[in-house]
Design a protein around this ligand. Structure first.
Ligand SMILES: NC(=O)c1ccc[n+]([C@@H]2O[C@H](COP(=O)([O-])OP(=O)(O)OC[C@H]3O[C@@H](n4cnc5c(N)ncnc54)[C@H](OP(=O)(O)O)[C@@H]3O)[C@@H](O)[C@H]2O)c1
Length: 258
């Protein structure tokens, strides 16, 4: 199926690793032009090199989504290079899970700055440029947004806020032909798990097998980054032209919430 993304310009935060990196590759395969950002310049440049080797027209910008000035530089750079923006993926993030009683103000400030304020600020910057009748925003969240468990904050609270943000924005931006959707991730193979395995001297495949077994994922395995990329690329594409205000779960059946 041709997704109709050829020539579209898509901004992806956290595009240098894991899910974001897989999505950038999928978008390049579809002929989209991609602007990606992350903090670690070496890893970002490496990702951009790989995408260019695939034939991609790619802009890499070292930027921290918690820094408003970095976000402005990211958007200005993308507009300067490509002259238009068709899609935004608020993907940058990391896990942060504690019991409320053990958490500090700094834990909450950090998580909300990364996962909520970063997405709000970047969305505000991009909205005026988003192509009307075809623009799309995808917010990458987690299943905990709908089913927060014990010891899961502040992430689940930030993600629940992201869910509300996605819905409210879909209603505000819909009349301009801009669609807004969320993806709720369960457990999906990515750089963060690879790093966690390396830190504990464990084989990453063993970790994935243990994660699937311990959480009893109905499909019996953790997800693959390319499975995320397929879903996100679809939601960004004109093929999803009547899908807005939706939260799509990508978790192999793990969550109890619909
Ligand atoms: N994989 C899962 O099982 C899972 C589950 C639930 C939710 N998620 C969510 O899915 C998204 C992608 O996660 P992932 O698993 O692909 O993680 P990952 O492999 O660790 O990749 C995270 C990406 O985000 C970037 N990033 C992190 N903090 C950033 C910041 N402040 N500013 C700009 N870029 C930043 C990282 O680059 P730098 O470190 O160089 O900045 C990297 O490119 C995250 O929002 C995560 O919370 C993932």
């Amino acid at each position: 199926m041709d997704l109709g993304l050829d020539g579209k310009v898509i901004l992806v935060t956290g595009g240098s690793d894991g899910l974001g990196r897989a999505l950038c590759g999928r978008l390049v395969e579809e002929g989209a032009r991609v602007a990606l950002c992350a903090r670690d310049g070496d890893r970002l440049r490496e990702a951009a090199r790989g995408l260019r080797a695939m034939g991609g027209d790619v802009l890499d910008v070292v930027a921290d989504v918690t820094e408003p000035a970095d976000l402005e530089r990211f958007v200005t750079g993308a507009m300067g290079r490509f002259g238009r923006i068709d899609g935004l993926v608020n993907n940058a993030g990391r896990s942060a899970a504690k019991r409320v009683g053990d958490s500090t103000d700094a834990d909450w400030d950090d998580d909300l700055a990364l996962k909520l304020y970063g997405a709000i600020r970047l969305t505000r910057l991009v909205l005026p440029y988003l192509a009307t009748n075809g623009g799309a925003i995808v917010n990458v969240l987690a299943i905990g947004a709908k089913a927060p468990g014990a010891g899961s904050t502040p992430t689940t609270v930030s993600r629940a806020a992201g869910l509300a943000l996605s819905k409210a924005l879909s209603k505000e931006a819909g009349p301009d032909g801009i669609r807004v959707n969320a993806i709720l991730i369960g457990l999906v193979e990515s750089g963060q798990w690879g790093r966690r395995a390396a830190q504990s001297g464990r084989d990453v495949e063993d970790l994935y097998t243990a994660m699937a077994r311990d959480t009893a994922i109905p499909l019996g395995r953790v997800g693959r980054a390319d499975e995320f990329a397929d879903l996100a690329a679809y939601l960004l594409s004109p093929r999803a032209s009547y899908v807005s205000g939706a939260a799509v779960t990508l978790d192999g059946g793990l969550s109890d919430a619909l």
